[in-house]
Design a binder for this molecule. Structure first.
Ligand code: SF4
Ligand code: SF4
Length: 79
């Protein structure tokens, strides 16, 4: 199973809590502001993410989520 780590940029207020708790130091603060005027978090080192969900649990604004995706080896079946 593959996973996708998604940050909803416009929910983020740039508090940095998720950056502090990430065991792999994946996250960083963006240099571009979001629609609320905050500098949001982005994945500075996405390849290091182990999908542990710690950042999702920590975020008070529920701005980060991890979803399961289909295995890339699968092919679509047609009837
Ligand atoms: S899922 Fe875990 S490793 Fe990935 S960014 Fe969040 S805290 Fe870091
Ligand atoms: S904890 Fe949530 S609101 Fe705070 S910087 Fe991380 S994603 Fe943004």
């Amino acid at each position: 199973m593959k996973y996708e780590h998604f940050i909803e940029v416009d929910r983020c207020k740039g508090c940095g809590l998720c950056i502090d708790v990430c065991p792999k130091k994946v996250l960083g603060i963006s240099e571009a502001v979001n629609t609320k005027g905050y500098f949001p978090v982005y994945q500075a080192r996405p390849k290091d993410c182990v999908y542990c969900s710690t950042c999702c649990i920590m975020c008070p604004d529920v701005a980060i989520s991890i979803t399961e995706t289909e295995d890339s080896g699968k092919t679509a079946e047609r009837e």
